[in-house]
Ligand binder design. Structure first.
Ligand code: MF3
Ligand code: CO
Length: 281
C-alpha cells in the first residue's frame, strides 16, 4: 500500500490502525509479563529475556535490537531498555542485580507485519520509598494527562503542556528536555517530536490516522541528563531517580485508542471521563 504522509507524520488508514493495534498488543503483553516478573535478585538481562520469549511466541520482531540512531552511536544490543534509579532511559540489560527499592523503567517495542509499537512502564522492585513511589505515580498520571489532551484538530503543544502542567502541579520534579515522544507507524521514530513541556495551541496539528508515542520522563531532581560511556544509557546529571512511562496512541473519530494497553485504554479513559474510541477490538 502506498504510504501517506502529512507534515512529516505518517497518516494510516483504518485497516492500518488495526495493524498498529496488533503490534501494540504484543508490546502490552510483553510489558505486563516483564513487570509481573520483576523481583529483588533478578538481573536486568533476565528481564530482557522475557521480552525475547514474547517476541518469538507472538511472531513479532524487535525494533530496538540493532537500532542505530546515527552519529556513530553503536547499534542497540538488546530488545528492551532497562533503566534503574538514576538511569532515565536507554539502560542496557546486563548482569546488574535488581535490589529491593530500585525503580526499574522498562521500555519495549515490537514490529508486527511492518507496524511498530513502543511503550514503557516504571515499576518498583519490591517496595519503593514513598518519594520514589510518588514520582512514579506522578509520571504515569502525566502520561495520561498528555493522552487526554490529544484531540482531532488540537496540537502537539496541547499534549506537551498537559504533561508539563500535571507534573508541575504535583510537586517539585524535573521534566527531562533532552528526549521527546514521537510519531510512529511503519518506523519507530517519526515526526512529530512530542516534547514533555510546552505551550497549548502550538506545534503540528493532531490528525486522523496519526499514531503518537507519548513518553514523559520525570526526575526527583533537575531536568538535565547525560549519556554514559556506552553511548546509550541516559542518567540524570544530579544523580536523582528518574521515571519513564510511554504509550502509543491514536485519535479516532470516536475518541482515544491506546494501542499499547491490554484494554486499549478503556478502563483508565473511563475513569478520567475521556472518550474511548477503538476502531475494532
Ligand atoms: N523506546 C525508545 C523511544 O521511545 C527507543 C529505544 S532506543 C532503542 O524512543 F535503541 F532501544 F531502540
Ligand atoms: Co518511544
Amino acid at each position: 500500500m502506498k504510504r501517506k504522509w502529512r507534515g512529516g507524520a505518517e497518516v494510516l488508514s483504518d485497516d492500518e490502525l488495526t495493524s498498529m493495534r496488533k503490534a501494540g498488543l504484543v508490546v502490552a503483553r510483553a510489558l505486563a509479563e516483564m513487570t509481573q516478573a520483576v523481583r529483588p535478585g533478578m538481573t536486568t538481562r533476565e528481564v530482557d529475556a522475557i521480552a525475547v520469549d514474547v517476541l518469538a511466541r507472538e511472531h513479532a520482531t524487535s525494533n530496538f535490537f540493532k537500532y542505530e540512531p546515527g552519529y556513530g552511536i553503536p547499534p542497540y544490543p538488546a530488545v528492551s531498555c532497562l533503566s534503574v534509579n538514576n538511569e532515565v532511559v536507554h539502560g542496557i540489560p546486563s548482569d546488574r542485580v535488581l535490589l529491593e527499592g530500585d525503580l526499574l523503567s522498562i521500555d519495549f517495542g515490537a514490529i508486527v507485519n511492518g507496524y511498530h509499537g513502543d511503550a514503557a512502564r516504571s515499576v518498583g522492585v519490591g517496595t519503593l520509598e514513598p518519594l520514589v513511589a510518588r514520582l512514579n505515580t506522578v509520571t504515569r498520571e502525566s502520561l495520561w494527562a498528555g493522552i487526554g489532551a490529544a484531540r482531532l484538530g488540537g496540537t502537539i503543544g496541547d499534549i506537551s503542556s498537559a504533561i508539563e502542567r500535571w507534573v508541575r502541579r504535583s510537586g517539585k520534579y524535573g521534566v527531562v528536555r533532552d528526549y521527546t515522544g514521537h510519531g510512529i507507524g511503519h518506523s519507530m521514530h517519526q515526526l512529530p517530536d512530542i516534547p514533555n513541556y510546552g505551550l497549548p495551541k502550538r506545534g503540528p496539528r493532531v490528525d486522523l490516522g496519526m499514531c503518537l508515542a507519548i513518553e514523559p520522563m520525570v526526575t526527583l531532581g533537575g531536568y538535565a541528563t547525560e549519556t554514559l560511556d556506552n553511548q546509550w544509557t541516559v542518567v540524570t546529571s544530579d544523580g536523582s531517580v528518574g521515571a519513564h512511562w510511554e504509550n502509543t496512541i491514536t485519535v479516532t473519530r470516536h475518541g482515544l485508542w491506546v494501542l499499547t494497553e491490554l484494554d486499549g485504554g478503556e478502563a483508565e479513559l473511563n475513569r478520567l471521563g475521556l472518550p474511548f474510541g477503538p476502531l475494532a477490538d
